[in-house]
Design a protein around this ligand. Sequence first.
Ligand code: PEP
Ligand code: MG
Length: 548
Amino acid sequence: MISAKGRIACQGAACAKAFEIKAPQKAQSTSDAYLSVDEELERLENGLARAKEELEALYQKALTDLGEEQAQIFEMQGMMLDDPDLADGMRDLVKKGAISASKAALLVGEEQARAFEALDDPYMKERALDVRDVSQRVSRAVEGASNVTISEPCIIVADDLTPSQTVAFDRKFILGMILRHGAMNSHAAILARTMNIPTLIGAQLPESGTLDGKMIALDAVHGVFYAEPTDEIISEVQTLKDNFHVRRLRLLGLRGKASITPQGHVIKTYANIGRPDDVEMVLENDAEGIGLFRSEFLFLERDDFPSENEQYKAYSKVAQALNGKLVVIRTLDIGADKQAHYFNLPHEENPALGMRAIRICLTRPQIFKTQLRAIFRASACGNVAMMFPMITCPEEVLDCLKICDEVEEELKAQNIAYKRPQIGIMIETPAAVLLASELAKLVDFFSVGTNDLLQYTAALDRQNQDLGKFYNPHHKALLKSLEIIVKAAHDNGIWAGICGELGGDLSLTDYFIELGFDELSVTPGLILELREKILLSKAICQNPLVNK
Ligand code: PEP
Ligand code: MG
């Protein structure tokens, strides 16, 4: 059995065989054979006309099934075919000779798609998928090739899906989707939500081999899927699916309610996000804030450092969307399992114990300062806090604060709008637990990273799936650490939350309430379940300092 994670684009659950859709055709993969220029031109015109007809049919289907707004995607794609840059570009290339109409369609489409991808605006970037979709349609139409048809219930597994693929499928056969790429506001994700198809994007699909035809259990409530699952997992996911809709309707009724126990203990339910467009799920599930905004997305899957402005745009977009609710941005946590080649980090025998997170920021202050400037500026657009990962001692915090002061001075001197955010630290090393009282005197809040804290406390590699019974997320040493952390925070008048996976473990919610945690930050899909658990909890907070 393989199990892997993904980001939830549409909640739900399903069990079915995988139907794998291969990556979109690349220009090089089309046949190199070609006829005369005139014949290829004629084939191109026929292909363009057929593509136009297909798009018109898709528009009508989307209009009936999904409504005007979604149908407009195909109207817009039809208009792309009328755009001289695209169709004339294909014609011009064919006229140059020595190229088939179908290959010319793909090459011109690819060139334009890359131009869109190079733009900063995320909306314009997304248009790259539309151009590829349209030019591939023309290419297929020239070749007389048919589109993929699905005629039995399945879970689609693909790198990404074009809007037309998503709409053309017969909804009744698509029980779920697992996409390697995709963004929350991609057409595929939006359409998945409109059609209510449980979907994971950014899924960790295996790099090699195929899942096609294999049984899949998709849990798009907790953001995981299983390939070739055990009978037990199938029955769990099946139960989740059966209960999901009834339960979801009930949970949606909790939107707008504060997360407070019957005994009056307030414990905020915040969300963890990894990209700005995750905000959609945050708002849909009525999180009271964002407790962990992992900023690595800006640094991964690219070839160079993101600029201050690029970072500012991403942070301020989230701060504005949250409209006054708190957004905690975690500063760069690259290294260990998250590598970006342009950092040129040397090979390490023990990367989890090596140059990662705050250690990189403190040894390469220019990278850190650029990020801090962006966060300080974004803080002027909303309610922003930031926290430093992998702290082990007060000296590191003091070094960070010194750099924060420098950044503040610079922004002030340059007359750039900014606001100093609340500053906290993640408690995710045993050293930080032992020094929690000292650390609490330096910052505004603690957020416990239980994923790393468990790894470092119990010497359990979080990447190793073979540790079996030794991997105990409820390890007593971890639970004991939580007690020390929250006490140190409250004794020193600061708040404490949990943003690691354990925060969403509902079997421990009562324990967290008893300890007096002020905040739990979990995957957006879990917010309402957690809120329900808090609203019904009989636990009594043991800390007299809390909520007084
Ligand atoms: C953690 O370690 O618990 C945490 C939230 O950080 P990450 O999982 O990103 O390392
Ligand atoms: Mg961590």
